[in-house]
Design a protein around this ligand. Structure first.
Ligand code: ADP
Ligand code: MG
Length: 331
């Protein structure tokens, strides 16, 4: 039923930035090396994500737009439905609350396009595209006026989009990202860009963090790499002398996806406790990798919360490895 689908969709897509997150994550999952994001009017009238990933075959386009159809899990993988979050929800949701056009091409075949608006899908038709996928979302929430009212100013929504694109860019240093504001038409204005970083895990990550957070953070960052009980923690934590004032510079990722989590930020505070003051917060970009069965990212489709099966292990790892690194650096 279309009305129920629209309500469910509003749960998955709360604002333009959550649509951008879903679309960019799809591009990353498709193995893209270049991802371009164009937005207009804070993403309210246009979000367009262009990638050079594997593409979607013409015959699979309608499937990609139907609920719970995902190429990323199969029936034998029931457990992973819980661990990888709400699957096969994003594209159908976006097609229910906006005007969605997907153009895609897989190697060796012709490009095809499908359009869906307010949950109604047109027939797949031939299209022109060299490679990869272009997903264009226009007039987000036009079909759900109540949602529309809750959107903030174009400027605030654009800022939220920049924030999520930066977080995703930190997690994928070998991918080139370009975010453009094309409000009012024309070439638009590049608001964020990060070209692919080369080198090993830490070199590439360090360079990407310098690009995204800033050179000063990177120059004052201690490398972290520790493992315990099947959980690996790596990344960079800033020296206590690095201070961005009251600005919050905390970026946390679980299995490659940006998360906001009270337990993890609490652990960060505990690690830096001796150095904190009213205008001095811990600054860090930390990645937790673990077996997907040890963490539940399925708490809420649109919220990036996580629940560890054993929160004590993740917390302990953050506190002990940061304290150790700080002590080694003479703090
Ligand atoms: P999920 O990502 O959870 O599988 P989505 O609704 O986000 O669900 O996407 C549905 C399917 O469409 C994906 O499983 C994938 O097969 C395909 N898809 C979506 N976006 C892309 C893309 N940019 N490139 C290639 N395939 C894509
Ligand atoms: Mg997806």
């Amino acid at each position: 039923d279309a009305a129920i689908n629209r309500i469910a969709a509003g749960e998955v897509v709360e604002r333009p930035a959550s649509a951008v997150k879903e679309l960019v994550e799809n591009a990353i999952d498709a193995g893209a090396t270049r991802i371009a994001i164009d937005i207009a009017d804070g993403g309210k009238t246009l979000i367009r994500v262009t990638d050079d990933g594997c593409g979607i075959a013409a015959e699979d386009l309608p499937l990609a737009l139907s609920r719970h159809a995902t190429s990323k899990i199969d029936g034998s993988d029931l457990l992973n439905i819980h661990t990888f979050g709400f699957r096969g929800e994003a594209l159908p949701s976006l097609g229910a609350v906006g005007r969605l056009t997907i153009t895609s091409r897989v190697p060796g075949a012709d490009a095809a396009q499908v359009h869906v608006a307010g949950g109604k899908m047109d027939a797949v038709k031939p299209a022109a595209l060299r490679a990869g996928t272009v997903v264009e979302l226009r007039d987000l929430f036009y079909a759900t006026p109540a949602r529309l009212k809750f959107m903030r100013t174009d400027r605030a929504e654009a800022q939220a989009i920049t924030d999520i694109v930066k977080r995703l860019a930190m997690a994928e240093p070998s991918v080139t990202f370009a975010l453009r504001d094309v409000s009012g038409g024309g070439e638009g204005r590049v608001t964020f860009r990060a070209d692919r970083e080369n080198g090993d895990l830490f070199d590439a990550l360090h360079a990407r963090l310098a690009r995204v957070i800033g050179r000063e953070f990177a120059e004052n960052a201690l490398q972290i790499d520790a493992s315990r009980d099947g959980i690996r923690l790596y990344g960079y934590g800033a020296l206590p002398t690095y201070s961005r004032g009251a600005a919050v510079t905390q970026y946390l990722f679980v299995n490659g996806r940006p998360v906001r989590d009270k337990m993890l930020t609490g652990a960060l505070r505990a690690a830096y406790f001796d150095f904190l003051s009213r205008d001095r917060h811990p600054a860090a970009a930390l990645f937790i990798d673990c077996d997907p069965t040890l963490v539940d990212v399925n708490v809420h489709p649109a919220k990036s919360e996580v629940r560890f099966r054993d929160p004590g292990v993740a917390r302990g790892l953050i506190v002990s490895s940061l304290r150790h690194a700080l002590a080694e650096a003479g703090h």
